[in-house]
Write a protein that binds this ligand. Structure first.
Ligand code: MIG
Length: 792
């Protein structure tokens, strides 16, 4: 008996481990061969024997867009919710042809389109080496062969692109995935999903970013498959030769980015899908949340506790129980009778309040509830802004308020209305908005099946859920961001989101949803944050301490030892979970947490400088080592170390009872942050990491700006600003400091100050200098200190 059941377990395991992607794309119809082509100022359109068309658009020397339509002409209509820039200045390009191929060349890229079969090969224009090439022609499911396997058989035609899998090719990006950094041999689905308690391998989860980077021997390219339908990415899982991506419908539409550097691609991707704007500086402060702090007195207690214990805090969150019966844009009159008085009181302690706003609007017609009328439902219904099913019925999902409705955010006037509704928060002194449940989740059915016939206006196209699910959160966040911008034009909006699509960085910070309070979940923090950074989302974080389940002091401390360097640093806990504020496990743990929170505030000038770089260049602050060392293959799979900017390397402990670990230091020299002990890089070292110590290293050659420790942003001025000087082997170092008012959008008009500093050895001394300043912002007089960490 026993034996048999064991065996069954074994077979079950085998079943789950079998690496098959659901779709066999090799059985699908290939696009026809080229029979002719036509060119315009920035495009080449190929006509195929089967009436299909393929179009290349030359956007920049390193950016070419590929569109294809199967069995028909490329539609005139061309729209994407993700694209921020379409006014590209066409670079110089040429076209040449042979009997076999037509080649489009820019200064950096050569796109060879073979005629028969139609295969595209992207090459480096200087070396003529292939960077990325089709493994077979693009395919479409002309005969509906995959229909039975599709999530939504009515979505349209399955389409896919196959690329040759490099023998030594690594894959990064693809947004929010519960997976390791290198996606090689992985298979992923994109379909925004509410997945509480997810563990490594769970897929899909909350967000969809169909953008990935390929890296082979230091040379990188990027592909953004701008298709919001349920999509699939196979990085060599089902075949040794092939990587492919496809979608259940929509257009075959992708952008090809050529580096060769990863950082350059990230910059271009940010140009295309939008740069992250700067958040208010306080958003980099420490944040505390709980599902749910109520009534108002409890919120005050949490704030007081933080202040009495000398723990830094900038933000407290109000989760769903602040509302009157979960009605968004209301406050519960018993629990929060005077929200304005509350935010003012906390404001005097230097603490901001952020409220949650879910998409579910309570279905609440006049007379339906005994506790008053609900203007949001009534207005939205009257204006006809809510989603309907194909048969014209109002779509009524069930979420926290019970029966609810969702806004059709594809309607510009509905977005405006929704944004304006935030006046009630702004008038009550609420500093930011937290969008949750925006996959959108529906308790009736979390898969999305119950929503398939829901229609959105979608620019008058009236498309279904298959196209609109993955962009729902993007548009809701946009509505929220733009609303806050209109209501408070002098303040930078602050929006946090759970779901999203490519481009979400323009509107919101994100957090990684409902994690577990486990070591396994903590270990996922680093590959998830670094991956998000490589997917155009620089401002990310995870519930510090983990959301679901019961942690302990050790886990909480180790979690802060990662989180204190995450862009978004917020402790948050599920409603029925054991309390998790920094003091909950006793003084020993609290003291360590205080040390790291204080250190975060000291490092704010460095973090803010690096965040501004992310805003401007698209290169994230929280980085995998490979982003700084793309030609060092030792970095390609590091899931347990990260860097902040170019200079700070952290190697946290993410296992219980462990107080030592191996740390890989890339080439160059490094300083132990705590002891200033110097190490030569390019090797693995073994270091002590007792509970109160996260191994931290500074790159030799760096100058790290720090401020005095403080308990909230603005409590003290950044005076003095200390440049911590870590000279390299030649006795040189350099650094940067970015400053602005930290609150208003004036930085967009040049009201910032960027200071470049350097140091060099002159005889037996180290000479420091301020080399250049840029921008019109006047930070006022402040002392600049230079602290030299080594005498060499
Ligand atoms: O169905 O608002 O991820 O952070 O505390 C759960 C209650 C809804 C999920 C979010 C979590 C939040 C919780 N929400």
């Amino acid at each position: 008996m026993k034996r048999r059941s064991n065996l069954r377990g074994f077979y079950l395991l085998l079943l789950f481990a079998t690496p098959v992607a659901a779709q066999d794309i090799t059985a699908l119809q290939p696009i026809g061969s080229v029979v002719g082509y036509a060119r315009t100022e920035n495009m080449v359109t190929f006509n195929c024997g089967d009436k299909s068309q393929v179009q290349l658009t030359i956007l920049a020397p390193d950016l070419v867009r590929v569109r294809a339509a199967f069995g028909k002409a490329i539609p005139k209509k061309d729209h994407s919710w993700a694209i921020a820039k379409d006014d590209w200045q066409t670079p110089r390009w040429t076209l040449s042809e042979t009997t076999e191929a037509v080649t489009v060349s820019t200064a950096e890229l050569e796109v060879v389109v073979y005629r028969a079969p139609l295969l595209i090969d992207f090459r480096d224009a200087r070396t003529h080496q292939s960077i990325n090439a089709d493994e077979r022609p693009m395919v479409y499911d002309a005969q509906g062969k995959l229909a039975s396997m599709l999530f939504d058989p009515n979505a349209g035609n399955f389409i896919a692109v196959s690329k040759k899998l490099g023998f030594d090719e690594h894959f990064y990006g693809l947004g929010e995935k519960a997976a390791r950094l290198d996606k090689r041999r992985g298979y992923f689905v994109n379909w925004n999903s509410d997945t509480p308690g997810y563990t490594e391998g769970k897929d899909p989860i909350y967000q969809t970013v169909p953008f990935y980077l390929g890296l082979q021997r230091g040379t990188a390219y990027g592909i953004f498959f701008d298709n919001s339908y349920r999509s699939y990415f196979d990085f060599g899982r089902s075949s040794q030769q092939r990587t492919w991506f496809g979608a259940e419908g929509g257009e075959l539409n992708y952008y090809f980015f050529y580096g060769p550097s990863l950082k350059k691609i990230l910059g271009r991707y940010a140009d295309l899908t939008g740069h992250m704007p700067l958040p208010p500086l306080w958003a980099l402060g420490n944040q505390q949340s709980r599902w749910s702090y109520y009534p108002d007195r409890m919120v005050e207690q949490v704030a007081n506790e933080y202040r009495q214990r000398d723990l830094p805090l900038d933000v407290i969150y109000l989760d769903i129980d602040y509302m009157r019966g979960y009605r968004v844009f209301t406050f519960d009159p018993q629990r929060f009778p005077n929200p304005k008085a509350l935010t003012e009181k906390l404001g005097r302690q230097g603490i901001k309040v952020v409220t949650i706003v879910d998409p579910g609007v309570k279905h609440d017609p006049p007379g339906a509830s005994t506790d008053g009328r609900y203007f949001v439902f009534e207005q939205g219904l009257e204006k006809n802004y809510f989603q309907h099913r194909g048969n014209g019925q109002l779509f009524v999902p069930r979420v926290w308020p019970g029966e609810s409705v969702f806004v059709d955010y594809t309607l510009p006037e509905a977005r405006r209305w929704w944004g304006d509704l935030h006046r009630v928060y702004v008038d009550n002194g609420i500093a930011g908005i937290w969008n949750d449940m925006n996959e959108p989740a529906d308790f009736i059915d979390q898969t999305g099946k119950n929503q398939l016939d829901v229609v959105s206006d979608d620019n008058g196209e009236r498309t279904t859920h298959a196209k609109n699910r993955n962009t729902f959160a993007l548009l809701m966040a946009q509505a929220t961001y733009e609303g806050l911008e209109r209501l408070r034009p002098d303040a930078r909006p602050y929006v946090i989101t759970r779901a999203g699509y490519a481009g979400i960085q323009r509107w919101a910070t994100m957090w990684t949803g409902d994690t577990n309070s486990t070591w396994e979940a903590l270990a996922l923090n680093i590959p998830m944050f670094t991956t998000l950074g490589l997917s155009g989302e620089p401002f990310v974080g995870s519930d510090v301490g983990g959301f679901i389940g019961r942690g302990n002091g050790e886990l909480l401390v180790r979690s802060y030892e990662v989180g204190f360097l995450a862009p978004f640093c917020r402790n948050h806990k599920v409603i029925d979970g054991y309390d998790q504020e920094p003091w909950r496990f006793g003084k020993y743990y609290e003291d360590i947490i205080r040390k790291y929170l204080k250190l975060r505030y000291e490092l704010l000038p460095f973090l803010y400088t690096t965040l501004e770089e992310a805003h401007r260049t698209g290169v994230p602050l929280f980085r995998p080592l490979l982003l700084n060392y793309p030609d060092d293959a030792n970095t390609y799979n590091i899931d347990d170390q990260f860097m902040i900017g170019d200079d700070l390397l952290a190697a946290p402990i993410m296992k219980p009872d462990v107080t030592r670990r191996l740390v890989y230091l890339p080439r160059g020299s490094w300083y132990d942050y705590w002891t200033n002990k110097e190490y030569s890089g390019g090797t693995m070292i073994n270091v002590e990491a007792p509970l109160d110590t996260v191994p931290l290293f500074v790159r030799a050659g760096a100058m790290i700006p720090t401020a005095p420790p403080m308990n909230y942003v603005g409590e003290k001025r950044w005076d003095p600003i200390t440049f911590n000087v870590y000279p390299d082997d030649q006795g040189r170092a350099s650094g940067r400091l970015y400053e602005d008012d930290g609150a208003t959008p004036a930085y967009k008009r040049g009201m910032f100050r960027r200071t470049t500093v350097s140091a060099r050895r002159v005889g037996g001394r180290l000479a420091t200098s301020i080399d250049a300043t840029e921008g019109q912002f006047n930070p006022g007089t402040r002392r600049l200190n230079f602290v030299v960490k080594s005498v060499r």
